[in-house]
Design a protein around this ligand. Sequence first.
Ligand SMILES: Nc1nc2c(ncn2[C@@H]2O[C@H](COP(=O)(O)OP(=O)(O)OP(=O)(O)O)[C@@H](O)[C@H]2O)c(=O)[nH]1
Ligand SMILES: [Mg+2]
Length: 360
Amino acid sequence: MTESTKHTPKDQPIQKVPPSTNLNAINRFKRKQKKMESAVQMTQDIVNGNTTVLSKAITLIESTHQKHFKLAQELIEQCLPYANNSIRIGITGVPGVGKSTFIEALGNLLIKQGKKVAVLAIDPSSSISGGSILGDKTRMESLVRSDHAFIRPSPSGKSLGGVAQKTRESIILCEAAGYDIIIVETVGVGQSETAVHSMVDFFLLLKLAGAGDELQGIKRGIIEMADAIVINKADGDNINRAKHAKNQFNKALHLYPPTESNWIPKVLTCSGLQHEGILDIWKLIKEYVGLTQSNQYFEHRRKQQNEFWLIQTIEDQLKNAFYEHPKVHTTLQELTTQLKQNKITPFAAAHSLLNLYKDS
Ligand SMILES: Nc1nc2c(ncn2[C@@H]2O[C@H](COP(=O)(O)OP(=O)(O)OP(=O)(O)O)[C@@H](O)[C@H]2O)c(=O)[nH]1
Ligand SMILES: [Mg+2]
């Protein structure tokens, strides 16, 4: 008995399918099968630690081509069962604070402890300039050379949400490839810290000792996000100023209510360049992981983050679909002109655009 006759109820006539449609269906099935097979094969290679395939897979994730999208999603799904076993650390700070130098020092320390480290980045400016942080890897020379490190620059993209989503998906592939520690670097610009905060377990803010008033000029909300504030470049003439800054931040942190995790954010000093204080920072991160794993906050936060990304992805895709709709695109321009001439209110214009989209 063939496959097609096996499931055909006896009392129903066998539907005749035009041969061409049949062929198309078979080809479609074959293509799908091939995609599945290549996703399975690529996943095996990734799990076996093949970094060339890992890079290729991340390139697929970053691609904007529709045909790559399906394979990329297939890959992520295949990798999911192998993921989730890392510690994800977010690192932020203004340009020049020493993020790359610090990551090089921390990464090397972790590799010496037998760990595998992946470094990813989110660069909000890449959506405008197409450039990317970690582009020049000169500050991470030894990490770049190590077989136990994987370094990937920030993807470029139209929106921070899109860029962040790609980085988040890349985390899953890196975890499947066996990286124990995933470091996500971002320059403290725009909303990029919030994006990184929503994909990591531990969020570290790098600061410089300033002219005295350390809290001046610090972005609102960033202190609430930080699990640790590290005053970097605490070396040479800077040591005393760094200690002073540490005291100021410590005092400021006391003013904040306790966090949901029961963790009290800590302030430390370090010198990424001189490799000083790095081990203490790693110990602190381990302490955090120990505490939050024992009180289940670790798992809880990852679940919360998944929910956040579910909603975020829906919102992003709805927004894109709306603005890219050809009718919406042209009508929006017309209505904007009418708005400028005071012929319509913003609310009425929005309403009619949304109706136009709903009815299309
Ligand atoms: N004295 C001292 N200088 C440092 C330290 N860490 C970094 N630097 C110097 O600060 C400069 C910037 O360092 P990076 O590590 O490139 O800083 P970054 O934050 O990655 O910079 P962007 O990638 O531009 O955002 C370089 O000249 C480093 O040599 C440190 O611990 N002490
Ligand atoms: Mg850098």
